[in-house]
Write a protein that binds this ligand. Structure first.
Ligand SMILES: Nc1ncnc2c1ncn2[C@@H]1O[C@H](COP(=O)(O)OP(=O)(O)OP(=O)(O)O)[C@@H](O)[C@H]1O
Ligand SMILES: [Mg+2]
Length: 644
């Protein structure tokens, strides 16, 4: 027997997916291809020659068996998972002829791997365009590169899961760096912690030319893009159930009226709904609500009991116009012949307080004061102006779409939406609105103009979470989950793919995870997460879950149609890495940290001004001072020059 096809075992039983083989060598160590090998080691590969094919199997377990007769040496039995078939120089996933008892089991050879890896190269072929990309090296034999088929990987949603620190963000950055090499690739990334600017900027912190970075200054998401339910969640005060119904009634009526005016200008009167993303004025909503909260009527009439006598005699339509456009005073005191508004008087206060709190919070400016905030945004300052007509303001949506889909002045392949400055309670709404905007855009796009896009959701368990029973009962809304589930179910038809990244896959929406046809599963210790993944991935992989806790940072299994078999892969570090969240406590505690000016920090805190932080977040170089070796003399520099 040649060493290259070393027989190590014989098939003992074949039951469904589980094949067992009795080890037939003298010991558990053998020499194979010039290297000592330990037999039965989890994750190693075997080959079963049957007729003119070789079945490739994977060791999923090994056990000791009592010898048949007393005094004989103990026996060892390996459990195998059959992965695919080599026929001449071609590897196919799956098995069509099964082994039988007594068939020999060999260790897989280099030639076997050459065929397996060569098959992907042949499939990728020499087409007019690249069909695959390289993600890293094969963990069992680093001489082989792991290539992933692009069409299969991106057309049916992707999940990247693993413990914190297992290398998900680096893997994501590596994949995106690979695909941004394609001239026309289109990726929109929801970057929850502002990690990715560092992976897509140069040494000086300037963002790459083919990347659009929407940081705190540039991201504008006008409130009029929100659907009714999202606005209701933001504005209605649910603390006092007595007032909720009336607040909702007011919000609906007011929006209908305010949007109606724009709809008329846009010739949409019969088509618009509370969800149509057209301009309406939040300032007017506020004034209207303040007025209605104070509103009193003249008894048995439609006349408002306004304090100015001249206004009291206006006809009801004129009075209505007045109260929706400016603050008015009502008669104070319990004058006879006057009654407070039965639905709204004193009942809208909770809503007004909520609105005011948010309007006073700078972090909401990008949404609630979009025109003011746009002055500082390079992309929106010409599109959103106080002088803009409702029609012009409604059209700001096309700017947003152009920006997100890389169709700005120069073509960009990746848009990073840095959400680190977005208040936590509206992350859900922001992700929902942007996802919906992109999905609807492709939905309405004529087929021949539809350009495929990949939406990347970092830390997805935070906003694409699984509904647990208690939440169902309390009717907790999750707008992002709802729309991303829609993308997961229908996105494929419209060229919208999702990539979800999470350290807690068991907390992710089942609908989304079960639609992920490709996965990169990295180190994963939590049994709940392992079981959840085992449930959704193919049987082929279920038995390999036991190996997940032992993976190194950056090591993971690539699963799905884009690879020929589950590929244990050493993912290559991206050329530039995302800003890692790992802080070296011991280094800082030993060497110290530059002391900040507490008063200065307080100033930023009070003003909610994250300018300083964002400059650092966007800068790999500056961020290094916190996570890696400090660069002597390196000064954090702003990414974009301050504007007036
Ligand atoms: N492919 C790789 N090769 C070598 N080391 C890696 C690789 N990927 C990640 N690492 C190491 O692991 C560290 C953590 O990686 P990363 O930030 O990608 O983890 P993560 O899974 O995204 O963590 P978190 O859940 O906290 O965001 C990196 O700083 C790096 O040192
Ligand atoms: Mg990460």
């Amino acid at each position: 027997m040649s060493n290259a096809t070393l027989k190590v075992a014989e098939v003992l039983s074949v039951e469904g997916n589980d094949t067992r083989a009795l080890i037939t060598t003298d010991g558990m160590m053998v020499e194979h291809e010039g290297r000592p090998r330990r037999l039965g080691q989890l994750g190693t590969y075997v080959a079963l020659p049957i007729d003119d094919v070789r079945l490739i199997g994977y060791v999923t377990g090994v056990a000791r068996r009592d010898p048949a007769s007393a005094g004989a040496p103990p026996q060892h039995v390996m459990s195998l998972q059959l992965l695919g078939t080599i026929r001449e120089d071609w590897f196919d996933r799956g098995v069509d002829s099964y082994p039988t008892v007594g068939d020999p089991v060999h260790l897989a050879t280099r030639e076997d791997f050459q065929v397996i890896f060569g098959t992907i190269d042949q499939i990728a072929g020499t087409a007019r365009y690249p069909r695959s990309f390289r993600i890293g090296r094969f963990a069992m034999d680093p001489d082989f590169d792991v290539h992933v088929l692009g069409k299969e990987f991106f057309s049916k949603h992707i999940a990247i899961v693993g413990n914190s620190g297992s290398g998900k963000s680096c893997t994501t950055a590596k994949i995106i760096q690979e695909i941004t090499e394609l001239d026309q690739s289109q990726i929109i990334m929801f970057d929850l912690h502002g990690e990715y600017a560092a992976a897509f900027s140069d040494e000086d912190g300037s963002i790459d030319a083919n990347v659009t970075y929407l940081g705190e200054r540039d991201l504008i998401l006008p409130y009029w893009l929100l659907q009714y339910q999202e606005l209701e969640t933001m504005l209605v005060d649910h603390a006092n159930p007595k007032y909720v119904t009336n607040q909702i009634a007011f919000l609906k009526t007011a929006l209908q009226e305010l949007k109606g005016e724009t709809a008329e200008a846009l010739d949409l009167t019969s088509e618009f709904s509370l969800d149509t993303p057209i301009y309406w004025s939040l300032d007017r909503l506020k004034v209207y609500a303040e007025n209605m909260n104070d509103a009193r009527y003249v008894l048995n009439s439609d006349q408002l009991a306004l304090s100015k006598l001249a206004l009291r005699s206006l006809d009801p339509a004129e009075q209505h116009e007045l109260i929706t456009t400016q603050r008015v005073q009502f008669n104070k005191g319990a004058a006879e012949g006057e009654v407070p508004h039965p639905q709204y008087y004193g009942q809208l206060q909770g809503m007004l307080t909520r609105l005011e709190t948010r309007l006073n919070d700078r972090r909401y400016d990008f949404m609630l004061r979009p025109i003011r905030h746009a002055k500082g945004s390079r992309y929106f300052k010409d599109a959103l102006k106080f002088s803009g007509t409702p029609t012009e303001l409604s059209q700001a949506m096309s700017h947003l779409i152009r920006l997100l889909t890389g169709q700005w002045e120069t073509r960009s392949n990746l848009t990073i939406v840095d959400m680190s400055g977005v208040p936590y309670e509206i992350v859900d709404i922001v992700v929902a609105v942007l996802t919906r905007t992109l999905f609807e855009y492709n939905f309405w796009c004529p087929l021949e103009q539809r350009h495929p896009m990949l939406l990347v959701y970092e830390e997805a368990h935070n906003y694409i979470s699984r509904l647990v029973k208690e939440q169902r009962r309390t009717d907790q809304r999750s707008f992002a989950r709802h729309i991303v589930e829609r993308v997961a179910k229908e996105g494929r038809k419209y060229g919208v793919s999702a990539m979800v990244i999470s350290q807690r896959p068991s907390e992710l929406s089942e609908t989304v995870v079960s639609q992920c046809n490709s996965m990169v599963v990295m180190r994963l210790n939590n049994p709940e997460d392992q079981n959840y993944i085992a449930k959704v991935v193919s049987d082929q992989f279920g038995s390999q879950m036991a190996m997940l806790p032992s993976l190194r940072p950056g090591e993971g299994f690539v699963l799905g149609d884009a690879v020929l078999m589950p590929m244990r892969t050493l993912v290559e570090l991206p050329a530039r890495t995302p800003r890692s969240a790992d802080v070296d406590f011991f280094k800082h505690w030993s060497l110290g940290t530059e002391t900040g000016d507490i008063d200065d920090i307080l100033q930023h805190w009070w003003r909610q001004d994250r300018g300083l932080l964002n400059a650092q977040l966007a800068l790999g170089a500056a961020a290094k001072g916190w996570t890696d070796e400090p660069e002597p003399g390196a000064e954090p520099a702003g990414v974009f020059p301050e504007e007036d």
